[in-house]
Design a protein around this ligand. Structure first.
Ligand SMILES: O=C(O)C(=O)C[C@H](O)[C@@H](O)CO
Length: 255
């Protein structure tokens, strides 16, 4: 049996819109419950969430209950972190803080077995169904989706060069870090930041790649969709939980 088909990658390359959810709670219960909703993808964050590799494996196992495609973000553009995430079965990686074509190429190489890259070979991991998929090693590369995250002014300057790197399947813009880099720390809604987000989407699309982004409200997600963003994390599980709890308290008159 070959590696599982990566439908998220196929839809990304076809330019389809895919609505996702950003997962920071580090909770298998939340992962399982939210996987049963109709999101196209879930992103498990290991950069800014307290998630190590064994926990990520448990999160992926829990989310396998449902249909969304499961992506993961390593804590850094690091070949060891990326290898370990691939081994626990994530096929789509969102690699943070990529600023140059060279860094993008390194991210791609880390996700591919030789001769296309440098991913280390393991006999039995969750990715290969613990070694029961005889064709996994020869088919894994084509089912990996590598998305790089642009989150600085310097990276914005390199969008076209980064998009041109073979194996980069999509470009994800991090509004929080980008706003910080542009001098608007904590304020991604600043008009100058929003203008850069609009321009970035246009430039990525002009390069023939799909742009993605993280929104924290439905209003933001809709605006980003109008800007042309194609894979949009429409919210964060942690934010949704605490927002709903705050709303409940407010309704009870304890704001
Ligand atoms: O810059 C951003 O935006 C991101 O990279 C996402 C953040 O890390 C964070 O908001 C995720 O919870």
């Amino acid at each position: 049996m070959p590696a599982p088909r990566n439908l998220f990658k196929q839809r990304l390359l076809a330019g389809e819109t895919q609505l996702g959810l950003w997962m920071s709670l580090a909770s298998p219960v939340a992962a399982e419950a939210l996987s049963l909703l109709d999101f196209d993808w879930l992103l498990f964050d290991t950069e800014h969430a307290p998630v190590e590799i064994a926990q990520l494996q448990a999160l992926l196992q829990a989310a396998a209950a449902g249909t969304p495609h499961c992506a993961a973000r390593p804590a850094w553009n690091d070949k060891v972190l990326i290898k370990r995430i691939l081994d626990v079965g994530a096929q789509t990686l969102l690699v943070p803080f990529v600023q140059t074509a060279e860094e993008a190429a390194a991210a791609v190489a880390a996700t591919r077995y030789p001769p296309d890259g440098i991913r280390g070979v393991a006999g039995g991991t969750r990715a290969s169904r613990y070694g029961t998929e005889p064709d996994y090693l020869t088919t894994a590369n084509r089912e990996i989706c590598t998305i790089v995250q642009i989150e600085t002014r310097a990276a914005l300057d390199q969008i076209e060069a980064i998009c041109a790197v073979d194996g980069v399947d999509g470009i994800f813009i991090g509004p929080s870090d980008l706003s910080a880099s542009l001098g608007h720390l904590g304020n991604p809604s600043a008009p100058q930041v929003q203008e850069q987000l609009r321009l970035a989407a246009d430039r990525v699309i002009a390069c023939g790649k799909s742009p993605g982004i993280l929104a924290t409200t439905a209003a933001d997600a809709k605006r980003y969709r109008e800007m042309g963003y194609l894979f949009i994390a429409c919210g964060v599980d942690l934010g949704l939980l605490s927002g709903a709890a705050r709303g409940l308290l407010a309704e009870m008159g304890k704001a």
